[in-house]
Design a protein around this ligand. Structure first.
Ligand code: F6P
Length: 500
């Protein structure tokens, strides 16, 4: 490992990096700022290929801060990789955590994605609970915590990400009381009635309470957490603060966002504008283009969205000649049964709708099951008249924000599920209940017929909001809160840190 530490002492000096890993200290993160996430911010198609930075808002938001602080990112290198040594890539020090094939099945596909994921998304698929998934979850969380304890400099700030690693803050605090720890949950945090099902509810809550700041996408998520702490632990939370021994833990919302300027710039790129025109011409200039872009996940409500479009095509108001849906579905978690089932359900529906309403050379649903390069994604955002974002539950949903950021001419309409975190900020979207097929069909109709003046009023107001608070503000706010909350705990007498 890169750094050895003595967790008993807060004023220990940093050991030298081990020689088998790196000799050049300038290539190391110094561990003053550590991000811990299930996945590293890089991927490669096979162990012989070079690493590439993964796309996505979280990575682009944290990379500049980590580079500035010579930080470290600790995470899993993906299922193709066995253990590999720490390495630098594009100025960031990556520390891989090995996860065995059995652990992928039980910790990742099992407890993370078949217990927690459905439970936290309103149990829109029944969550499964198995003790043989829980134990590997604990074991892998411990491995992440130990790796972090080894890498973090004295008094370092550690930002732990998401539902895979909810035990890490508690484990890390025991190993390294000197650290300042933030935890951020990217997905929704469920209400008491649902979370109460979890056989290991108390362990999860205690795990999260190891952090100085527990961050959520929405205020409702933070409030659910505080209610649960009051109900199922011996700690007491009032407002946003929870007393854990002598420590104050802060629980509050930090709504995540996008790199607004990047999308705005891409939307002005002449090659992307040409490609958008090409898409419009291919689909049919005279047709209204509806667009859906989602990971192929049962929480995204793609099936009911398709049925709402089917309703419109069955009505006497629309035919395949005036309406088309482009549905981009990005493959995801394909070894989990529910993901296989939702894919067949969606693909069967696409076939039925195209069979019932299509003509030779003209289909109502253009279904793409693949990940699009960002340029092609933006070209689709530019080509679409109406963006459909209709998950049954979603922590935030950045696709909604990306669409709005790309609409430079203030045209277009966003139809948005009221059960997304984004709906709090994007309240000028046409809000829908994604379980109500007729309601969604009417909302899409309203979007199609909305006047240009009304479109402009709505898009302008939403663009301003997104521009004002980007993913970089999110990262700064969260980091700032970790600093502020931990110094507050120290003045309250709870600190064991070396403040010299
Ligand atoms: O939204 C939660 C999340 O874990 C994202 O961070 C990630 O991009 C997505 O789900 C897919 O996750 P994975 O492929 O790691 O299961």
């Amino acid at each position: 490992m890169t750094f050895k530490t003595n967790s008993d002492s807060a004023d220990r000096s940093r050991d030298k990096p081990s020689e088998d890993v790196q000799n050049d200290d300038s290539q190391h993160g110094n561990g003053d700022l550590v991000v811990v996430a299930n996945r590293l911010p890089v991927h490669r198609s096979c162990p012989e290929s070079p690493w590439e930075t993964s796309p996505g808002g979280l990575v682009s938001a944290l990379m500049p801060i980590l580079r500035e602080h010579h930080g470290v990112w600790i995470g899993w290198a993906g299922s193709l990789e066995a253990a590999s040594d720490p390495f630098s890539h594009e100025g960031l020090f990556n520390v891989p955590v090995p996860i065995s094939p059995d652990e992928v099945e039980n910790y990742y596909e099992g407890f993370s994605n078949s217990s927690l994921w459905p439970l936290y998304h309103d149990a829109c698929q029944p969550p499964h609970y198995h003790r043989h998934w829980w134990n590997p979850y604990v074991k892998v969380n411990r491995r992440f915590a130990e790796r972090t304890a080894e890498c973090a400099a004295p008094n370092a700030r550690v930002l732990v990400q998401d539902y895979h690693l909810q035990l890490v803050p508690g484990m890390l605090r025991e190993l390294r009381p000197d650290l300042r720890i933030g935890f951020f949950l990217h997905i929704p945090f469920p209400p008491v009635e649902l979370f109460a099902q979890l056989p290991w509810r108390q362990q999860i809550l205690e795990g999260l309470l190891g952090a100085d700041v527990v961050g959520f996408q929405t205020r409702a998520g933070a409030q659910n957490f505080i209610r649960l702490v009051n109900r199922y632990t011996s700690h007491r939370g009032v407002g946003q603060a929870i007393m854990v021994g002598q420590r104050h833990v802060q629980a509050r919302e930090f709504p995540i966002s996008i790199d607004f300027d990047r999308f705005e710039q891409l939307a002005q790129d002449p090659a992307i504008i040409d490609r958008a025109e090409e898409i419009r011409a291919e689909v049919g200039e005279h047709r209204t283009i509806l667009l859906g872009v989602d990971r192929l996940d049962y929480t995204k409500g793609i099936d009911l969205r398709l049925r709402a479009v089917d309703e419109l095509l069955k009505s006497d108001r629309h035919t395949v000649n005036d309406l088309a849906l482009v549905q981009v579905s990005v493959p995801s978690r394909e070894s989990v049964d529910e993901y296989v089932e939702v894919r067949s359900r969606i693909e069967e529906l696409v076939g039925q709708i195209n069979g019932a309403h299509g003509e030779v050379g003209q289909m109502p649903v253009h279904y793409l099951r693949r990940n699009l390069p960002i340029e092609e994604l933006v070209a689709n955002y530019l080509a679409a008249d109406v963006m459909l974002v209709t998950p049954f539950r979603d922590g935030m949903n950045l696709v909604a924000k990306e669409y709005i950021a790309c609409r430079l001419h203030d045209t277009g309409v966003l139809v948005l599920s009221e059960f997304t975190g984004a709906a709090r900020e994007l309240d000028r979207a046409v809000l829908v209940n994604p379980h109500d097929i007729d309601g969604m069909a009417s909302a899409i109709e309203r979007a199609i017929t909305m006047t240009k003046t009304e479109q402009a009023r709505r898009i302008r107001s939403m663009r301003q909001k997104i521009r004002r608070r980007t993913v970089f503000d999110w990262a700064n706010d969260f980091l700032g809160a970790v600093d502020a909350a931990s110094s507050f705990s120290m003045t309250a007498g709870g600190g064991t840190r070396d403040t010299s």
